[in-house]
Design a protein around this ligand. Sequence first.
Ligand code: PLP
Length: 473
Amino acid sequence: MTSEEFRQNGRAMVDWIAEYFERIETFPVLSQVEPGQTRAALPPEPPTSGESFDAILGDVEKTILPGITHWQSPNFFAFFPANTSEPSILGEMLAACFGVQGMLWATSPACTELETHVLDWMVKMLALPESFLSSTAGGGVIQDSASSSNLCALLAARERASNYTTNVHGNDRRLIAYTSTHAHSSVEKAAMIAGIGRERLCLIAVDDDFAMRPDALAAQIAEDKHKGLIPFFVCATVGTTSSNALDPLPEIGSICRAQNLWLHVDAAMCGTAALCPEFRFIHDGIEFADSYCFDPHKWMFTNVDCSCLYVADRKGLIQTLSVLPEYLKNNATASGAVIDYRDWHIPLGRRFRSLKLWFVIRHYGIEGLRFHLRRHVELTRMFAGWLRQDERFEIMAPIPLNLICFRHRKGDEANLKLLERINYDGRIYLTHTKLNNRVTLRFCVGQNHTESRHVEQAWKHIQRRADEIDLES
Ligand code: PLP
């Protein structure tokens, strides 16, 4: 592609993206294709000769678009959001342009230093403990996902507990970790990958609000110690995936401190809320954390992938993950004056992810970001108000921020049918969970362009589908 062709095609691409956002509400939110339909529309063999950009973009429209579930639609209320924004897309474009692989400081100093700088900004923006700043013994790193962040925290905790011998000799089968029954599945996966094993990840009971019970945690730790096991790690969640429950960090943190256990805090979606001073209660007790993660790729307008992991002791994390072959040795590393992020996560190679986060922060500013988060929480409260007035529904969990868990009083089958009807024509998209073993619908507000009219329309749509179910039974 010549420079001139690149300019032309690039303009066409940006036009296509801008137009996509303008017409996004015309698409069914949940893709309507059948399994295999996208592949069936693709040629079985790759092209022998190069094709024109117009032909490629034409196939995006014809073949790819129908198979897209529109996560950026203002009518997307499913799971947790994975919102993006125009500045994030432009930052990502630039990351692709440089195409740097920032494994070492030397392989692109700006890739490392911008990341360190932006992550220090985020500590201040979220009012996180100063121990996470790079100017102290701690620091932050961008990972691909909260799943990876949780895994790295668990690995570092495992190494600290074994005095950094596990990497050499393999796991001590007496190590045992804790999280709540409502923690994200990635914690279980981390235990599997880290060689702790599912059986040595103890799931602690939750209270009526689905938050971890510190008394149950303390009792379990005492029992396990009595059995000769070695408790070493607790993962608390700020904003559980099912219901946005907030584990009580002050109490859990005190237990961890007293027992010398590593406390990791997974605030994958909710952490972003701490940009607003009035929502910082979610982080009460965060000073006890040895590590903490949140995902700008969920609720901070930064496209997937971008998860920020902080540790209070970066030496421990680096010692856990460091391997230095001859071919990576260089003067800057040897000087000890630079950060080499290759030692802070699992892959060696790494993308220039901080660019998009930097673009987002600079474009919106802290006040701009707060404006959107406050709007989302306000819209959620508005929806909750309507729900409370409709006697057919009950609210199943507290609503600290932007997620409502509710259900029709008619039982599990009616709720599953209702969900299917709600999602059927693609007007909006909701997902479900189970709370206290009862099917529960989740309504999460977090898209960049969701306005009150979208939430109002969604509520009317849900009510109409509920009317149908009432008429049928
Ligand atoms: N932790 C929590 C609390 C989550 O809600 C999620 C995903 O929704 C994750 C971890 C995993 O996130 P990721 O997709 O970034 O791995």
